[in-house]
Design a protein around this ligand. Structure first.
Ligand code: BGC
Length: 723
């Protein structure tokens, strides 16, 4: 039951049926025509939307420009024409930045820390609001185990603990304090998406079928959404895909029973682009009126661009198939959003031409750079990094070194003028001689380029290979069957290694690429991801040791295509093979490869090494109490270090099959050389809860094992009992 303000209730009571339907439809901003506001253009005309109705539409998806004066003029014109003067809401996709681009969400998840996600969302909110946008279609909270899916780039990776951490941080960053009814002028509403399970598309094929168990839904897919709802997320966007063979937008069990009842979500539900019509695509409804009926009954408040609400709702209400009181609730949910954003008091709240221009400035670039340094993951380092700043001649070789965009998918308004790797290196070591050769194209050999690159490598004191995948290989509509690092680049790495041994490979990508071959060739690899506008600077900050890499993998890196999906939190099964060996019989295995990934979840190196000893846990946890798990961490290397210590737990006897290990705690610890520190984790019953067969969430009495380590390959070392 949602309580609406009296202002919202009064407004609903004054509205005509057509005005109410208008509030439940979202159009593209192009509908208002850049130069001829109020004249229908493009798709709205084709869909028989009338000239009058355009002044009744409730919200706009602005994917066309970031010109706040233009958005302001749309609002002004709209208010002149709207009978009740209820302002339009503007929404936009701002997945990892709006004008200042920050790391792709998968990279942000690798920070293993909520702060970078919070800072990215705060910065994005400021820029959106100044531009006149009120809602960010973000964050993407889809847990994903399949790097073939191009949208893995937008996700927090494979783990619900990291996903939940990220979810809360993003929502707080976008919206501010959840206890306030009205959000601040420099904040926006957050539309969490895609509810739910989109990351499980079969074969990693975008938009394809999804089919998973209730356990997977409740215990793996939903926790990040629950965390975001608890943090106060104002909107939820449905997924294109199905849960229990019913499209999410039309899924009453999902939207009502789970989202509204179980999670107690009080905000507004919007469909994905055109997805109110999905049931027709799935062959479940014969015509749009059927799809509208089920979407409304499920609780989808806003139809984004399917046109079925405006075209069908009136008929369905007049013939009694849908009650007007149901429509009133949908409208009240939309108006509440407008009220909370402050639009009912001031339709232009937050919009600011001067601020909007300012936001391309240096301050936000600095934030982007500092956030970006936290995300790269050092995968291999045989005494190569950090490079000394005294190195005289540095060769940057590879197709990702210059003239590339590192912003990643979903940079709609930020442009792609990211700091190039060569430029970043020049900024960090201005006295060095830095020379660049491409060596090959991203996906093709080039004999001429290769031979000049080899000549350069021969003369250099150190080589930074710049490898990876073009940004447009990831994002929506970009699934791939081959995610190996392209052969042209493997060949380049081999040839360069022949003439110079002081080589690090930097890998720029939006998804986990298969790096097995590269790992066999080069002595050092830094997985840089796409970090947004400050990519070159942030990577150089790490390569030359001004900062230490503290990123850890939020997603496993497979050894081969055949291993996909490979993830750390697999069930303990009857024929469980913990070490993944091939030479065991009657256990889960491949006969031609280990079942373990090339680099496991949680993995990442720093510039010093550590030793973890004396792992202990208090033996008995009483319900509602807490116990401590501890270990000693010693810096065994020569540099000061920041390390990411991880706690994994296994529920030894659960009601349902359970992951052998689940990440349940992260601690960052700073250590001087030779220093030892005690690291303490608190374990409460809360951490051990999961959804049982009866749909209830609680923790089992009995035995639990813990492991504290540097990544998910840690062995379980101690145990406690919950009584
Ligand atoms: C995507 C959403 C996005 C929407 C609006 C859809 O195709 O799935 O993530 O928010 O478009 O741009």
């Amino acid at each position: 039951m949602i309580n609406y303000s009296s202002r919202v209730e009064t407004l609903v009571s004054k509205m005509t049926l057509s005005e109410k339907i208008g509030q439940t439809f979202q159009a593209v901003s192009a509908a208002y025509g850049k130069n001829k506001i109020g004249c229908l253009t493009g798709p709205l005309n084709d869909e028989k939307i009338s000239d009058d109705f355009i002044w009744q539409i409730g919200s706009v998806i602005d994917n066309t420009n970031f010109d706040c004066d233009y958005l302001k003029s749309i609002q002004e014109e709209y208010l002149k024409n709207s009978r009740l003067k209820i302002p339009l809401l503007f929404m936009s996709d701002a997945i990892h930045g709006y004008r200042t681009m920050c790391p792709i969400p998968l990279a942000l998840a690798c920070a293993f820390d909520e702060k970078p996600a919070f800072e990215t969302a705060s910065l994005t909110a400021k820029e959106l609001r100044a531009a006149g946008i009120h809602i960010a279609f973000a964050p993407v909270l889809d847990i994903c185990r399949d790097p073939r899916w191009g949208r893995i780039t937008e996700t927090p990776g494979e783990d619900p603990f990291i996903g939940s951490l990220m979810a809360k941080a993003y929502v707080k960053g976008f919206q501010g304090d959840s206890n306030n009814y009205f959000i601040e002028d420099n904040k926006v509403g957050s539309a969490i998406k895609h509810f739910a399970g989109y990351g499980f598309v079969a074969g990693g094929r975008d938009y394809d079928e999804t089919d998973f168990s209730v356990n997977t839904l409740q215990n793996l897919i939903l926790p990040p959404f629950k965390s975001a709802v608890d943090a106060g997320a104002m909107m939820v966007m449905t997924a294109f895909t199905c849960v229990g063979a019913v499209p999410c937008t039309n899924n009453k069990m999902l939207l009502n029973d789970i989202l509204r009842e179980q999670m107690q979500f009080k905000g507004t539900i919007i469909s994905d682009y055109g997805s109110v019509g999905d049931v027709c695509g799935y062959g479940i409804a014969a015509d749009p009126s059927g799809t509208v009926k089920t979407a409304v009954e499920a609780g989808c408040d806003i139809d984004m661009m399917s046109f079925h609400y405006p075209n069908e709702l009136e008929k369905l209400i007049k013939n009694g198939a849908i009650s007007e009181s149901q429509l009133d609730k949908m409208v009240a949910n939309v108006l509440t959003l407008k009220e909370r954003i402050g639009l009912l008091d001031d339709p232009f709240k937050g919009i600011c031409s001067a601020e909007n221009k300012k936001y391309l400035g240096i301050e936000n670039r600095e934030i982007s750079r500092s956030v970006s340094r936290k995300c790269p993951v050092l995968l291999k380092n045989e005494n190569i990094l950090p490079f000394s700043k005294k190195i005289k001649k540095i060769a940057v070789i590879g197709p990702m070194g210059e003239n590339v965009s590192y912003v990643g998918a979903w940079s709609l308004f930020g442009g792609d003028d990211s700091v190039q790797l060569t430029e970043g290196i020049k900024n960090v070591v201005p006295n060095a001689n830095i020379l660049f050769e491409k060596g090959c194209d991203i996906e093709e050999d080039n004999a001429g380029l290769l031979s000049t690159a080899i000549n350069l490598a021969k003369k250099a004191d150190a080589v930074i290979l710049a490898l990876g995948e073009h940004w447009y290989r990831t994002g929506e509509n970009n699934s791939r069957t081959n995610i190996n690092l392209p052969l042209s680049q493997i060949k380049l790495a081999k040839e360069i290694m022949r003439v110079n041994k002081s080589v690090v490979a930097t890998v720029f990508t939006g998804r986990p690429l298969i790096l097995q071959e590269l790992s066999d060739i080069v002595p050092a690899i830094m997985l840089c991801w796409f970090l947004g506008h400050e990519t070159g600077n942030a990577v150089a900050d790490l390569l030359f040791g001004d900062y230490e890499p503290t990123g850890r993998l939020a997603v496993s890196i497979p050894k081969s295509m055949g291993q996909i999906p490979v993830y750390y939190n697999r069930f303990k099964t009857s024929h469980f093979n913990e070490d993944g060996n091939t030479d065991v019989d009657w256990q889960t295995k491949y006969t031609d490869s280990s079942i373990l990934p090339e680099y496991p979840f949680g993995f990442g190196l720093g510039y010093s090494d550590i030793e973890i000893t004396d792992v202990q846990v208090e033996p008995v946890l009483k319900r509602f109490g807490t116990i401590k798990a501890v270990c000693n961490v010693k810096n065994t290397g020569k540099r000061k270090t920041t390390q990411v210590i991880q706690l994994y737990i296994n529920d030894v006897v659960a009601e349902i099959a359970h992951p052998y290990k689940e990440l349940k705690g992260i601690k960052k610890v700073e250590l001087e050389p030779n220093q030892t520190k005690k690291v303490v984790f608190e374990i409460s019953e809360e951490l051990l809860k999961y959804y049982h067969l009866d749909g209830k969430i609680f923790a089992d009495n009995g035995l639990f094992r813990i492991g504290i380590g540097k990544d998910s390959s840690v062995k379980m070392q101690a145990e406690f009992e919950l009584i």
